[in-house]
Design a protein around this ligand. Structure first.
Ligand code: MD6
Ligand code: FE
Length: 204
């Protein structure tokens, strides 16, 4: 498959085979039994339309007190489940050979969920990229530049696509305008899962 690549943004269409996608969906859903997805509240007080959970030592969380990484699930009080091995291998291949990710944010989209334009900047060391894996329904992804007002372009993320925000694109604004319901059968019952791997804590 061809690769879209501009200044630190890499899109690897179809990087995961259909078999790998199905296996990964199983790994994710079994972990969510113990770490149920919830709709976090933004610092502005609104519930997000995307449901979230996390895998790894640290999980991204938001409530009225703001954005942060925390070690435990906000509802169960338990540590987050481990990051699936397939994702650790993908990170080693595409993001960083020697420092593993310590956080994997799990975003779950129903037919009406979307995510506003944002930067990922809550991690301790912004030299590490963020690696994203899309499963299930196709999403309309929007990506711009480091300034909110920079021009944006729209890209379809389909099941099995992997993308990276690295280098100059690490602080690019990005979001999900919408998903296309019923565009994939990879997830039982439909919907979209996006997994973002991060190094959230300091390395070494
Ligand atoms: C999503 N993705 O695809 C939302 N963040 O549902 C992100 O917010 C994202 O795709 C950092 C790097 C890549 C991403
Ligand atoms: Fe993001």
């Amino acid at each position: 498959m061809s690769e879209v690549s501009t200044a630190g943004f890499r899109l690897l269409p179809g990087r995961l085979s259909p078999d790998a996608q199905a296996e990964l969906v199983g790994e994710v859903l079994s972990r969510l039994d113990n770490a149920p997805a919830y709709k976090p509240i933004t610092p502005g007080g609104k519930p997000m339309s995307v449901a979230m959970s996390n895998f790894g030592a640290l999980g991204w969380f938001t409530d009225a007190r703001g954005y942060r990484y925390q070690k435990r699930h906000p509802l169960t009080g338990e540590p987050w489940p481990d990051i699936p091995a397939m994702l650790l291998e993908l990170w080693a291949e595409l993001a960083d050979r020697s420092v593993p990710p310590d956080a994997c944010l799990v975003n779950l989209y129903g037919p009406d969920a979307k995510m506003g334009l944002h930067q990922d900047r809550d991690e301790a060391d912004l030299r590490f990229p963020v690696l994203s894996v899309s499963l299930g329904d196709t999403a309309i992804f929007r990506i711009g530049g480091p300034n909110r007002a920079d021009p944006t372009r729209s890209i379809r993320l389909t099941s099995g696509d992997v993308c990276l925000l690295a280098g100059p694109a690490r602080l690019a604004h990005h979001g999900i305008d919408r998903v296309i319901p019923g565009s994939s059968r990879v997830i039982p019952g439909g919907g979209r899962i996006n997994l973002t791997l991060r190094r959230a804590g300091p390395s070494g």
